[in-house]
Design a protein around this ligand. Structure first.
Ligand code: GLA
Length: 739
């Protein structure tokens, strides 16, 4: 049984293969948390774990229940105002202005599987995968509002997915001031908080700090999950490392403003809240309406952080990503952005396409600048029809030529945006988000369309579909290059203005839903000035994302390493670009650039026609190599062996499901002369299988390679002799094959 319920003690016990999640109905009808962590036996009674100690200077629920002190209890979905003074999971305001709610347990229901949500990206389960969903209904009789807490249990990946839903059965409007997706009240605070802050071109860097009393966490008010913060976070015991120890992981299936908050309270409890950011949000729940929060993903491992990343990667592949693409390898592409920027025409592009074809690349992605009159970033967003000065015979003609060569075609769109210099703005100036009578703040010279308006979404479905049909398109890169300012919904009432952020993102999801349904053959990649919307909401529709605008191999070590904690390799677009690198001015060797990019969805982002013959033949070999091993690079089990956040060396390993093949990439920053003796310990091999490494004659058992290690030869010391520009930033690749 995945979900057990004891009627006598009103205890719910959710079990996955290795974890238990236990809670019960409290005397006042609320739900109280008992335990989350390594699997324990199901029992009818956990009175020891629910022991209450009477504390002074703390309010109690009733005179005759002095030990029922809400500020000390652990809740499933807490409310403010009746004795729990910590940050609450939700807050409602009723018609008379009052803010006290009393949701009491009413009923529960257990269903097999896990259904998707309407209008929101969501996880899903299948009849035969053992997943189960528990829906608990709590009721506030005074106002006639139901609160449903949903828990879906995915036993194989040790994941529990949670969300909440408010249903107004009453006769009055209720305002939801905020509503998180999940809450976890942990009994102690001896944890490190691991988060992934960043900036444009420096996304998702690993940070780890000890929890401290009060509020901490990550959040965004940028109208997107953002470059600066990511909804994925972990709580790890201080002694937990990659390969051992207890760790919790949390993520949110949402792309707008979010808050992941941990509050350490006066008794060293830790309250974790995951969901839509309470700031800049409220929702009018009129009679008969429901409000569904996005889903929060929570998981636990006692086997360390790497194991947690692996169970999440498996979970996303089985239960989140579009199943048409989840298991199929992604094409090797060349993108013309860093090759040409806006300066191209059909002839120039066809030269790139032909060269790409000659080295075995499978897809050409036409980036920004093909539409309207877009020769720089000041015009034409919204005008999704081809620029005839660049493609005199139309985009369909260009697409035919690409397809005739046996290549796939991708096209860039930035659907959510509008330039003031555009036909669209001329026709619909009111479609642009703006606050009446206020200054309008440009971002990259552009403004944002009001995606909460159905006519805007309809226009985008039509205009993008036309291009898809005309080009028989294989791939779309969906960009989003600025955050929203002067947020205001012209079609919304004054008291609905704080709904706008969520309504905007629902409009984005609607557009994704309609386009992906109507054009299932198109693979979507999401992008937001690189990694500004790298989140599970996007991944549901677009199974891969442009990880960062920073294509420098050295910066990418940190970006891809940081990203790998909460996301899988097949979600990360990773391309080889030219040197000196456009973002950092750095020189790295072509082989290092490729080896870093192999650990993702591989491609090129440079002008192939400017490469020398010897460079092109190196590219041909890289493409051949990646094709041979792409399955394991994109979908193999990912191991972080050495971290760029710790020092000079980064190394990553991927292992095939049958453990017959593993590849290790080892990258160093600065070269070390006369370097010390070194062995690297591989991971995830079968201890009893015999392997060869890079075709060497010696045979190794898996246990030797994992425990004694493998000798690492000194890296290039004589760059002149090797014909290298620099011996810094060099790399090694170990290919480990079962014999
Ligand atoms: C953003 C993207 C880039 C490129 C440009 C085009 O910056 O992240 O990859 O598509 O827009 O304008």
């Amino acid at each position: 049984m995945t979900i057990e319920y004891s009627d006598a003690s009103k205890i719910f016990h959710l079990q996955t293969k290795h974890t238990s999640y236990v809670f019960h109905v409290l005397e006042n009808g609320e739900l109280g948390q008992i335990y989350y962590g390594t699997k324990i036996h199901a029992k009818d009674n956990y009175s020891n774990l629910t022991t209450r100690e009477l504390k002074d200077a703390t309010v109690a629920w009733k005179i005759d229940k002095p030990d029922f002190q809400p500020d000390i209890l652990k809740f499933e979905y807490s409310a403010l105002g009746s004795g729990d003074f910590r940050f609450p999971a939700f807050q409602l305001t009723f018609n008379n202005g009052s803010r006290i709610s009393e949701f009491k347990y009413a009923s529960y229901e257990i269903k097999s599987g896990k259904r998707r949500l309407d209008g929101l990206p969501a996880t899903f389960g299948f009849a035969d995968d053992g997943s189960q969903t528990l829906i608990i209904t709590l009721r506030d009789e005074t106002v006639g509002v139901d609160l449903q807490l949903s828990y879906s249990v995915f036993p194989d990946q040790d994941v529990i997915v949670r969300s909440s839903k408010f249903i107004n059965h009453g006769t009055e409007r209720v305002v939801i001031d905020h509503a998180f997706s999940s809450e976890l009240d942990l009994p102690d605070s001896n944890y490190d908080l691991i988060e992934f802050p960043g900036a444009w071109a420096r996304e998702r860097h690993f940070t780890r700090s000890k929890l401290k009393p009060g509020y901490q966490g990550a959040g965004s008010l940028r109208t997107a999950s953002s470059h600066q913060a990511n909804p994925f976070m972990m709580l790890a015991r201080p002694d937990t490392g990659e390969n051992s120890g207890e760790v919790f992981g949390f993520n949110l299936v949402y792309s707008g403003n979010f808050l992941d908050q941990v509050e350490v309270d006066q008794f060293d409890g830790s309250r974790v809240l995951i969901g839509i950011n309470p700031n800049e949000f409220s929702w009018n729940l009129t009679p008969g309406e429901t409000f569904q929060t996005p889903e929060a993903v929570q998981t636990f491992s006692n086997q360390g952080i790497n194991a947690l990343s692996q169970q999440l990667a498996d979970f996303y592949q089985q239960h989140l990503v579009n199943q048409r693409y989840a298991h199929s390898t992604r094409p090797i592409l060349v993108n013309n952005w860093e090759a040409t920027y806006f300066n191209f025409n059909e002839n120039k592009l066809m030269e790139i396409v032909k060269t790409a074809k000659s080295v075995g690349i499978e897809m050409f992605v036409l980036d920004d600048g093909w539409f309207g009159e877009r020769n720089d970033d000041t015009t034409s967003l919204g005008d999704w029809f081809v620029d005839k000065s660049k493609f005199p015979n139309g985009i369909g003609h260009f697409a035919n030529q690409v397809h005739e060569l046996g290549m796939k075609l991708g096209v860039w769109f930035e659907p959510e945006m509008i330039s003031k210099q555009s036909q669209l703005y001329g026709e619909h100036p009111d479609w642009m988000i703006q606050t009446p009578g206020r200054h309008q703040t440009p971002g990259r010279n552009q403004f944002v369309l009001d995606m909460s308006r159905p006519e805007v979404v309809d226009y985008l479905v039509d205009s993008i579909s036309k291009i898809i049909d005309e080009t028989q398109l294989d791939y779309i890169k969906w960009d989003m290059n600025r955050y929203i300012t002067e947020m205001y919904g012209q079609k919304l009432a004054a008291n609905q203005q704080l709904e706008m952020g969520h309504r905007y993102i629902l409009g984005v999801y609607d557009l994704y839903e309609r386009l992906t349904k109507a054009h299932p053959e198109v693979l979507f990649e999401s992008c937001a000035s690189g990694g500004g919307r790298f989140d599970l909401g996007m991944m549901y529709y677009a199974p891969q994302a442009w990880t960062s605008d920073d294509t420098d191999a050295v910066e990418r070590m940190k970006i891809q390493h940081g990203t790998s904690y909460g996301y899988s390799q097949s979600m990360m677009g990773a391309h080889v670009s030219a040197v000196p690198n456009d973002q950092t001015g750095r020189y790295t060797e072509l082989n290092t650039r490729a080896r870093v990019a192999y650990f993702g969805d591989f491609g090129y982002e440079l002008d192939l026609t400017k490469m020398t013959d010897s460079e092109l033949s190196e590219v041909r070999k890289q493409v051949e190599f990646y094709k041979k091993y792409r399955e394991v690079f994109q979908f193999g089990k990912f191991y972080r062996l050495e971290s760029p956040f710790n020092g000079n060396v980064t190394s990553w390993q991927v292992v095939s499901p049958d453990r017959d093949l593993a590849i290790v990439g080892r990258f160093q920053l600065l070269n070390i002369p006369n370097s010390p003796y070194l062995r690297i310990k591989f991971k995830g091999l079968d201890p009893d299988k015999q392997y060869r490494v890079n075709g060497s004659e010696e045979i190794f058992y898996g246990d030797e390679l994992m425990n004694a290690g493998y000798f690492v030869p000194e890296i290039l010391t004589n760059s002149k002799k090797q014909g290298l520009r620099t011996a810094d930033f060099s790399s090694q690749l170990f290919i480990i094959k079962a014999v």
